[in-house]
Write a protein that binds this ligand. Structure first.
Ligand code: ADP
Ligand code: ZN
Ligand code: MG
Length: 491
């Protein structure tokens, strides 16, 4: 990016709340039903049908708002956002406008630029402000045969019509694509921790629109922004932002002007292109929804819900980092999901060794999970058993190398480490008398080398270590073996 310019980015995120039923009717809100089967007069927009607000939506929105440090308005108003589209049967969407559910929040999170290999350069904590979080219903889904412009057939599926969403609008606080990326990652993580959204971007449970402008570094006024839609993966978001920032800088340097417009990301071409200009922008003619009363939440209600919120990702990451002396990277990986953090802390507790637990979870466990295509929630090894294994490695009952073999078998069979060590005959030999007898046999079997060693050929020590290892199939404790071998050879 050109050093003279600075990017300004603001993000609008739609997150689907994972309630069982829709926001204003009792239809199922679970993704994947037969097209148009999860519908009723309310979500089909039939005349005379009246919406009734789902309480679960309010409690989930409250959790989300609290997790993002937003101020919840004791009274908020639903509003009609009017526009015509085939997948919007009422001709309006019930949303919130000038009196939203919550306002003025923030998150303070680690963020970093990335090098060419995608590695973080330097993590720094930064605070990003959130303008508002409001509640609204989703529209249905249109599926086109081919591109919308040239489709010969279009299909409408109204299962999604009336599914609850929260829209989370940020302040224009991001100065690079990676800051935006880290923020969306964090937001997703937070919603998952709070248990209010499944975070599945491919299924559309989390959708992101990005507003981008550029300005001369040091300038006070923001430049004209473009909005990029359809960013249904983290990678797309980051790539689209970088492309758009460069495009705008180039346009300005060539003497051109940025026009306010909505653009779409095309990942195949690696470009954004114009979808519509500001002139074609909708005038939604918002007005208060006459079929719903104001939404009121009491201080007591908010208080009760805040009691049930889990420790949030950044608080937990910091706690783990300090308590267990982890690096930033380690603490981030170990708190990627709440379940992973729980698992790590249980392994630590069972093993009494946070350092070794972190090493083993981050290397062996993550690799096995990845190879098996499993989530931590499907892990066949219980945290207790894993903790026992770490303990057996820490106290030298088995070597690290054997530990890896045992862990692989644990993952395949779900058996306990003790049982597998028994079965595989892997237990380390730590009895000095037993080691001494092996050492003596080895020395007796190699008289020539023993003679040379005594005449000063120190390098042969390694030869004897190797022979003892071989004779014991690698089971002798290395430190004890060294000591005993030295004692006998130098006697
Ligand atoms: P609009 O009226 O076009 O909806 P808003 O002021 O509501 O614009 O802002 C929508 C989003 O765009 C917010 O996330 C906001 O932070 C961001 N935004 C506003 N102005 C700019 C700008 N000049 N550059 C980048 N992002 C911006
Ligand atoms: Zn319905
Ligand atoms: Mg706006």
């Amino acid at each position: 990016m050109d050093k003279d310019f600075e990017a300004v980015i603001g993000l609008e995120i739609h997150a689907q709340l994972k309630t069982r039923t829709k926001i204003f009717c009792t239809c199922s809100a679970i993704f994947g039903g037969e097209p148009n089967s999860d519908t009723c007069p309310v979500c089909l927009g039939l005349p005379g049908a009246l919406p009734v607000l789902n309480k679960e939506v309010v409690s989930m929105a409250t959790k989300a708002a609290l997790a993002l440090n937003l101020h919840i308005n004791h009274e908020s108003i639903f509003a009609r956002k009017n526009y015509f589209y085939p997948d919007l049967p009422k001709g309006y969407q019930i949303s919130q406008y000038d009196r939203p559910f919550s306002e003025r929040g923030w998150v303070e999170i680690p963020t970093s630029e990335r090098d060419e290999q995608g590695r973080a350069v330097e993590w720094k904590k930064k605070r990003f402000h959130i303008t508002r979080l409001h509640i609204e219903e989703d529209a249905g889904k249109s599926i086109h045969d081919g591109m919308p412009q040239s489709a010969t057939k279009s299909y409408v599926n109204l299962n999604r019509s009336g599914v609850p969403l929260v829209e989370i609008v940020s302040e224009p606080d991001f100065r690079s694509s990676w800051e935006a990326y880290d923020y969306v990652q964090y937001l997703r993580k937070t919603l998952l921790y709070a248990g209010v959204c499944d975070g599945n971007m491919e299924e559309g449970s989390l959708r992101c629109d990005a507003n981008v402008s550029v300005r001369l570094r040091g300038a006070e006024k923001f430049g004209t922004k473009a909005e990029i839609k359809n960013l249904n993966s983290f990678r797309f978001l980051q790539k689209a932002l970088d492309y758009e920032i460069d495009r705008q800088i180039k346009t300005i340097k060539e003497g051109g002007k940025i026009t306010q417009e909505t653009r779409l990301w095309n990942d195949k071409e690696g470009k954004t292109y114009v979808m519509r200009s500001k002139e074609e922008a909708h005038d939604y003619r918002y007005f208060p929804e006459p079929d719903l009363p104001p939404l009121t939440v009491s201080t007591q209600y908010i208080e009760d819900i805040s009691q049930h919120l889990p420790e949030l990702p950044e608080a937990r990451r910091e706690r783990l980092q300090h308590l267990y002396e982890l690096t930033m990277e380690e603490s981030m990986l170990l708190t990627q999901t709440k379940e992973m953090a729980d698992y790590y802390e249980q392994v630590t507790e069972a093993s009494g060794n946070a350092r070794l637990a972190a090493n083993w979870v981050l290397s062996e466990l993550l690799r096995e999970l990845k190879n098996a295509g499993k989530e931590i929630t499907e892990c066949p090894v219980t945290a207790r058993d894993f903790g026992d294994l770490v303990k057996l490695i820490a106290d030298n009952t088995i070597s690290g190398k054997m530990g890896k073999e045992v862990f692989e078998k644990m993952f395949q069979t779900g058996k306990s480490p003790q049982l597998l060590i028994e079965e595989l005959g892997l237990k380390q030999i730590t009895d000095p008398a037993e080691i001494e007898s092996i050492v003596k046999t080895v020395v007796a079997a190699n008289p020539k080398q023993f003679e040379q060693y005594k005449q000063g050929k120190q390098a042969l020590f390694g030869f004897f270590v190797g022979q003892v290892m071989k004779a014991s199939q690698g089971k002798v404790n290395p430190q004890l073996t060294n000591d005993i071998l030295k004692k006998i050879l130098d006697a």
